[in-house]
Design a protein around this ligand. Structure first.
Ligand code: THU
Length: 130
């Protein structure tokens, strides 16, 4: 298992926020998933005038990764423009628990100064499975 460069990963999630499309909420979120090969796949939240069609940054990064055949996700960082580490929504927790069950999750704030590091099981205990 490769070492995770935590600072670099968090920086990537922070810079992914720059590509957020957030005309409705003004709340940019950035994410970066890392594979066993050290590949980094970023995501940002993409909103829509039909609000429910919005996709969160975490899901964008994981869907991008999977759709490119990159499935061995060992880490996922999430950043938002908030003072305390961002708390992923329930829908994203469910998706993370299925698509990146082994990942170490890094949740951070607006400048990466505060980081919560956790397992997926800690993020979503007793998640739904088929
Ligand atoms: N959002 C995310 O991107 N990730 C989360 O885990 C929580 C919420 C986005 C969705 C929406 O574009 C904005 O934040 C405000 O809810």
């Amino acid at each position: 298992m490769p070492e995770i460069d935590e600072k670099k990963l968090i920086k990537k999630a922070l810079s992914a926020m720059e590509n957020a499309y957030v005309p409705y909420s003004g709340f940019p979120v950035g994410a970066c998933a890392v594979t066993t090969d050290g590949e980094e796949i970023t995501g940002s939240n993409i909103e829509n005038a039909s609000y429910g069609l919005t996709v969160c940054a975490e899901r964008v990064s994981l869907f991008k990764a999977y759709s490119e055949g990159k499935r061995d996700i060992i880490a996922l960082a999430v950043a938002a423009n908030v003072n305390e580490p961002v708390s992923p929504c329930g829908a994203c927790r469910q998706v993370i628990s299925e698509l990146a069950p082994e990942a170490t999750v890094y949740l951070t704030n607006k400048d990466g100064s505060k980081v919560k590091k956790m397992t997926v099981e800690e993020l979503l205990p007793y998640g739904f499975k088929l």
